[in-house]
Design a binder for this molecule. Structure first.
Ligand code: SF4
Length: 413
């Protein structure tokens, strides 16, 4: 959102933000209308994601140009209304692709990555447009993508007199996800009215950590407020419903939780969960005055150990092979595919590490090299029986015969 000449303009990004965290809208309003702290854009992860997004968008633009498509770019010099007029002019004359199409209408403004011309009967003539956004998502459209594209589609429909049939995402995988505008139009309208109501009525909101915080412009303010309030959300593994239940019982700080008698029942919270949270809060409060991070080993009843974690592993064997597969999560077709297959195996008394890189999906020899390493290992030291949920059925030692602590002691240096 932006206050411009005393008018507050909302954007599709605000719709997406409200979906993630209504408190971020409260903070944005305070920042724009005065009195609230200004947000900041930053943080290494957010910057890296933004840079990858720009790279993906540029790659799609270059692809369109390389295909010989006519691409008209709507430049922006700070004057949104002028850029919106140029967009309408490009739509009216039937430009093949409009890059950074700009809309400004009835208090809403935004910029779509691309509008692509299609054959359609509209008030413009025998052509129309559909919105295309480039997103790093790899397999499907997410709700906030739908909201953003939905706003652009409504604006296209207003200009060409007919609603577009589809809107599209160019995904990070190089595939296109298409969404039928009619199927999501009601959802988009509802989200727009809800945001408008929030802005007009300003309902109170509270800050609570969520996955959006890593990208949020107000994360510093919220983190500071949680610290100052000794907020319960800082207790490791606590859930929001736990916090509600605790606050309902007057336990609204980490220090109060740490000092709570776990045998005093809290409505809405299981007694075991309460006991765990009290222990955890006590450790964290204790840690504030210590140089070391205090910890407490959580024992498991012997029965629970039998079929869990390391207890399920067979005995170590000379034929053991440790295999790890790592992939670049931001791989796009514009950049090379990167996979690293790592194998660690024993060679006499030494361990050796073999690395196999794959830079293209069809890279010759990757599978052969992996299979070759595997076969040679099996020839040199036939492995123990494969891991099974029921080791005894395969004649392997039953891990439950050794307690967790015995195994831990045996492994300790
Ligand atoms: S930092 Fe997190 S809780 Fe605070 S406004 Fe942003 S998203 Fe919401």
């Amino acid at each position: 959102m932006r206050l411009d000449n005393e008018r507050l303009w909302l954007s599709p990004t605000d719709l997406a933000t409200r979906l993630e965290c209504p408190h971020a809208i409260t903070m944005s309003l305070a920042a724009e209308l005065g009195g609230g702290p200004q947000g900041f854009r930053g943080g290494a992860y957010a910057e890296m994601i933004a840079a990858k997004g720009d790279e993906h968008e540029r790659a799609y633009l270059e692809r369109l140009v390389a295909e010989g498509r006519e691409v008209v770019e709507i430049t922006m010099d700070g004057d949104f209304s002028a850029a919106a007029e140029r967009t309408i002019a490009a739509i009216s004359r039937g430009a093949e692709v409009i890059y950074q199409a700009t809309f400004a209408n009835s208090g809403w403004r935004g910029r779509a990555d691309f509008l692509e011309r299609i054959d359609a009967e509209t008030e413009l003539g025998n052509w129309g447009y559909e919105a295309v956004d480039t997103k790093l998502a790899r397999s499907e459209a997410l709700p906030h993508h739908v909201l953003q594209l939905g706003v652009y589609s409504e604006e296209i429909g207003r200009i060409q007199g007919v609603a577009p049939v589809e809107m599209h995402l160019e995904l990070g995988s190089g595939e296109r996800a298409s969404i039928r505008v009619r199927e999501v139009a009601a959802y988009v309208r509802r989200a727009r009215s809800a945001l408008k109501r929030t802005v007009e009525e300003r309902p109170p909101t509270t800050a609570y950590p969520c996955s959006y915080c890593a990208f949020c412009a107000f994360s510093r303010e919220c983190e500071r407020s949680w610290l100052e309030a000794d907020h319960l959300s800082q207790v490791a593994e606590i859930r929001r419903d736990h916090v509600h239940a605790l606050e309902g019982a007057g336990i609204d700080t980490m220090a109060k939780l740490a000092g709570h008698d776990p045998s005093a029942h809290v409505p809405g919270l299981r007694d075991e969960a309460l006991a765990t949270l009290v222990r955890q809060a006590a450790l964290q409060v204790d840690g504030r005055t210590q140089d070391r991070v205090p910890f407490e080993a959580r024992g498991l009843p012997e029965d629970d150990v039998r079929d869990r974690g390391f207890a399920r592993l067979p005995e170590p064997d000379h034929g053991d092979v440790f295999f790890d597969l790592e992939g670049d999560p931001f791989w796009t077709p514009a950049r090379e595919l990167i996979f690293l297959l790592g194998i660690v195996l024993r060679d006499g008394d030494d361990w050796t590490y073999e690395q196999i890189w794959a830079h293209t999906p069809e890279q010759p020899g990757t599978g052969d090299r992996l299979g070759g390493a595997w076969r040679s290992r099996v020839r040199r030291a036939p492995p123990a029986q494969p891991l099974s949920r029921n080791p005894q059925a395969q004649g392997l030692p039953d891990p439950a015969n050794r307690s967790y602590t015995e195994r831990g002691r045996a492994a300790a240096p």
